[in-house]
Design a protein around this ligand. Sequence first.
Ligand SMILES: [Mg+2]
Length: 385
Amino acid sequence: MIDVTKIDQIETMILDIPTIRGHVLSMATMRSQAAVLVRIKFSDGSEGIGEGTTIGGLAYGPESPESIQSAIDTYIAPALADWDADDVNGALQLLDKLVRGNRIAKTAVEIALWDGLGKRLGVPVSQLFGGAVTTKMPVAWTLASGNSETDIAEALEMIETRRHNIFKLKIGKRAVRDDVAHVARIKEAVGDAASIRVDVNTAWSLQDARWGLKGLQEVGCELVEQPVPARYLDAMAELTSSYEIAVMADEALNGPEDALAVATHRAADVFAVKIAQSGGLKRASEVISVGQAAGLGLYAGTMLETGLSTAAALQLFSTVETLHWGTELFGPLLLTDEILAEPIVYRDFCVEVPQGNGIGVTLDPDKIEFYRRGGSRILKSAAGE
Ligand SMILES: [Mg+2]
């Protein structure tokens, strides 16, 4: 009889980690990030870890850290009890039947399943998706202090230290002309040393967006992300066809079905592919396939996850032939502290794919205990242990 490894236990916890500065988005200002950590224990003693994280509580999307945790604890974990640990596709099919939506919760569990499978097989998760074709990728930084001078100083320092030369500016909170003036100042300060892009996070009406895109392309901005609400595909299509500046879909992309709708409407030039928003690594790989088949540009997006989910994303995106617009997988750099035993490496304007089995990273147990909601808030080292 073949000995089947089973899912024994699925644990969750929320980690609250402060950000290095206020992160000002059109819909919320973040001063800390809440990441839902998932740990799956398997019957052979192996483990897998995963993360489900969103932006700004409930301001960005329909899932909150608390809803992610409760969906996993109440519905997903019991459904997967004793499931064949190697049958990731079967587990995903079951979850799609039992749990509607809740993509980020599913993502957290799915990452832990892939991580466990990779560790048991002794291969990186990228191998489970056909193998990595690259070891590093360009990585953007988001300028979102809310102040032009601070953003310029931050950008110049990032260029100087060769950490980033692609900048995404968070706009949409102020009047359109003020935002365009802000972008123009930053573009003037960095010149040709960096690529400048913006993310409006759905804040504009179509009318605002027409003025916005016209102004942005005049000042040398290369790309505008999700200028109008996610469901306004016709407006996105009009903007995509009316201006030279690239239009990227983000909030409009919640899995492969949305990807097909955006591609069919020609409602974007570029897909911001996020593993959490897609519903996991497998669904994200399907979003990528739709984008490739439609001849669209690809970009690896982030939900400002910790190094854990960032590592999982790097495993998948390392298997993609061409990421035309690079990545924004900088999540760990926005946080004041590192929860991984070995941090992800950022250098020479790139993020490097962690080497190792599974998603390629391990957690620092002291940091997990410190940042765990309801935890000790005492670092063992600080306590003299
Ligand atoms: Mg975005």
